[in-house]
Design a protein around this ligand. Structure first.
Ligand code: FES
Length: 157
């Protein structure tokens, strides 16, 4: 398990000090922490539970339920596949599956080498190019499972 630096944990504590105790603060606090340090590892979840005085299982449940909360640090390249309606009807599902298979990870996770994180989004406003995938700020339109390896290869080294 990756250990967070003391500096980062201090930042988390400072954020938590801004929130009143109790479950109603949970989602807001988790958002603020993820914005600051990028993800919500177990030690952070424990700290959140302690400071807000709520059960650890509640924090874990919320972090796991919402796929916008991350439990792992993000990779150097974030591959975001659009799952909006236009992309969905044009086969986004099979493109996402191909990314999962090629990278060996599920959506919301990062490859063990820390290189790629696979994520999904609702719409990039580029529906004419559906299905669309973004890798950091690069956009790839008219994606297909066959093009997946080609896109990943550009970022491998
Ligand atoms: S639905 Fe995918 S870009 Fe709009």
């Amino acid at each position: 398990m990756v250990k967070l630096s003391k500096e980062k944990l201090d930042k988390v504590e400072t954020i938590l000090d801004r929130f009143p105790k109790g479950q109603s603060s949970l989602i807001g606090a988790l958002h603020a922490i993820q914005l600051e340090i990028g993800y919500l590892p177990e030690e952070v979840q424990k700290l959140v539970a302690e400071k807000l005085e709520i059960p650890e299982s509640t924090v874990y449940g919320v972090v796991t339920f919402y796929n916008f909360f991350r439990k792992e640090p993000v990779g150097k390249y974030i591959i975001t596949a659009c799952q909006g309606t236009a992309c969905h009807v044009r086969g986004a599902g099979s493109v996402i599956e191909a990314f999962e298979k090629t990278l060996g990870i599920k959506v919301g996770h990062t490859t063990p080498d820390g290189k790629f994180t696979l994520d999904i989004a609702r719409c990039f406003g580029a529906c004419g190019l559906a299905p669309v995938v973004m890798v950091n700020n690069d956009i790839y339109g008219r994606m297909s499972p066959k093009k997946v390896e080609e896109v990943i290869a550009k970022y491998r080294d």
